[in-house]
Ligand binder design. Structure first.
Ligand code: SF4
Length: 507
């Protein structure tokens, strides 16, 4: 932040979630710098139910579409709830007030979509040239394509049908639902759909009219909920964008551009000074080739540059008799993994974080864990669930790499980690599916380079380092890392992890 403020006098801090605004607010205050932030309309608009998309909130028809000056004197979460109440009572818009007031502060915090989604970036009307952009947790840029994805599921179509008033639109949606029902079941992997369902121009127009009418009605009634007609419409409109492919994944059609450089191109603006920050930033070569950054970059490895550790101590163990390699997967192997996890649980000083490569592996291992306190990740698991489980005694958290919990877990007390052991079940290579294949092809077409290290090993390395980092929240923390896959026993992995002499173990 100090570097940014020294360069242009203004810092635009981009974080992954709203929860991460707080440290930016705290540091700004500590340094005596003025702080502002922008949250999405769904979070701060007093008429929004919260689970809506920004684009579905039509401010043009709103009676309180007025901005007023905001004092950023308290922490972001409490200021947001206060503004929601005051905006309604006093007739001003909390969202536009935050936006307006943030333009004159030295430090501004926002989430990634405000920079990487073009329509949202333009709606801000910020002069980016005035700022140094700081991207926090920048390793997340590797999955930036997820930000621009559009999904279409049968559930969305059903909800859209119940919102449609025209018989014609209901028929269009029903036809789509039948087409989706005929698609195969593919689980977690991405399957390319070469001939996805499409809509004729007149069908799209009908859908657009219904969508606009519902959007206007919700604003007029001051009750803005999820507009499913909009979700369907945007899926089909997205297919007009260059580079988009359609995949089947988890029962939904997914439209996304597999090349991360497409979404990251905004960072190549010559007049945009940039700081990428992360404890697990990929190597410079990866940033240039895979992410497509063409700027001059100065790469600083803080761990190497400083004489003392900034991330805590690590002890390494490496299991020689297990692997999640596809050829070796079997009931016997899942049994061995379960035995390892039960053993780790019993010898651990505190809680254990065990990460598996997929939900399928999670189910296989979970069914074999006996006599230990396990919290498995599912779609509803929240951070509160984790904290509660840890309060009730030692727990083994069984989570999926790159899943909902693997990056967000924050189990601490007084700033110290409550996780003493991290068990890596297998190596979290990206799934070898159509999405990975097309991503590799896009990178190869752009750079002429497509080797295994860039496409497979470095993404896995980032995921492994992220997992270990969950247990190191303070320089005084220490973690025992269990590398539960014999493929870690290679010079490449040992050098990249700094695990030069791990203790080899077998069951
Ligand atoms: S209060 Fe009105 S102007 Fe503000 S975000 Fe909500 S709909 Fe838009």
């Amino acid at each position: 932040m100090l570097v940014a403020l020294n360069v242009t006098g203004k810092a635009l801090f981009l974080v992954r979630t709203h929860n991460q605004f707080y440290p930016v607010y705290r540091e700004s205050k500590r340094l005596g710098k003025s702080f502002g932030f922008v949250v999405g309309k769904p979070n701060v608009c007093p008429f929004s139910s919260g689970d809506v998309e920004s684009i579905d909130i039509d401010c043009r028809r709103c009676e309180i579409n007025l901005a007023t000056g905001v004092e950023f004197g308290e922490q972001p979460a409490s200021l947001v709830s206060k503004l929601r109440q005051e905006g309604l009572a006093n007739g001003f818009c909390p969202y536009h007030s935050l936006l307006f007031s943030s333009k004159s502060t030295e430090v501004v915090a926002m989430t990634y979509p405000y920079l990487f989604l073009p329509w949202l970036r333009e709606s801000l009307d910020f002069n980016l040239e005035e700022y140094v952009v700081i991207i926090d947790e920048a390793h997340n840029l590797d999955t930036i394509s997820d930000l621009g994805e559009r999904r279409l599921s049968r559930a969305t179509l059903s909800s859209a049908m119940s919102q449609a008033t025209s018989e014609l639109v209901r028929n269009i949606l029903s036809k789509l639902q039948h087409k989706l029902s005929a698609l195969p079941e593919v689980g977690e992997r991405y399957l390319l759909i070469n001939d996805p369902p499409t809509l004729e121009a007149d069908e799209l127009e009908l859908l657009q009219d219904e969508y606009e009418a519902l959007r206007a009605k919700m604003t007029e009634q001051r009750k803005i909920g999820r507009n499913h007609l909009g979700s369907v419409l945007r899926f089909f409109l997205s297919l007009r964008e260059p580079g988009r492919k359609v995949f089947l994944n988890g029962g939904s059609l997914v439209s996304k551009n597999p090349d991360p450089a497409f979404q990251l191109d905004v960072l190549n603006q010559k007049t945009l000074p940039l700081i990428l920050m992360s404890g697990t930033l990929p190597p410079l070569n990866y940033i240039q080739k895979v992410w497509g950054l063409t700027k001059d970059i100065e790469y600083l490895d803080v761990e190497r540059a400083l004489p003392t550790t900034v991330q805590g101590k690590r002890e390494w163990l490496l299991a020689k008799d297990v692997t999640t390699s596809f050829q070796k997967r079997s009931d016997v192997m899942w049994g061995k993994y379960a035995s390892y996890l039960m053993r780790i649980y019993h010898v651990s000083r505190a809680n254990v974080l065990a990460l598996v490569p997929s939900y399928e592996v999670l189910r296989k291992v979970l069914g074999r864990l006996k006599g230990i306190n396990v919290l498995p990740e599912d779609s509803r698991t929240s951070m509160e669930d984790l904290s509660r489980a840890a309060e009730n005694g030692k727990v083994l958290i069984l989570a999926v790499n790159r899943g909902k919990l693997s990056e967000g877990i924050e189990l601490t007390n007084g700033g110290r980690s409550l996780i003493s052991d991290v068990a890596l079940v297998g190596i979290p290579f990206p799934s070898p599916d159509d999405y990975s294949k097309l991503r590799a092809e896009a990178i190869a077409a752009r750079t002429g380079v497509a080797n295994e290290e860039l496409l497979v090993r470095i993404p896995a390395l980032i995921a492994v380092k992220q997992a270990i980092g969950r247990a190191l929240r303070n320089p005084g923390d220490s973690v025992t890392v269990w590398l539960l896959d014999k493929r870690y026993d290679s010079p490449w992995w040992k050098a990249r992890l700094g695990a030069f002499n791990p203790r080899k173990i077998v069951l």
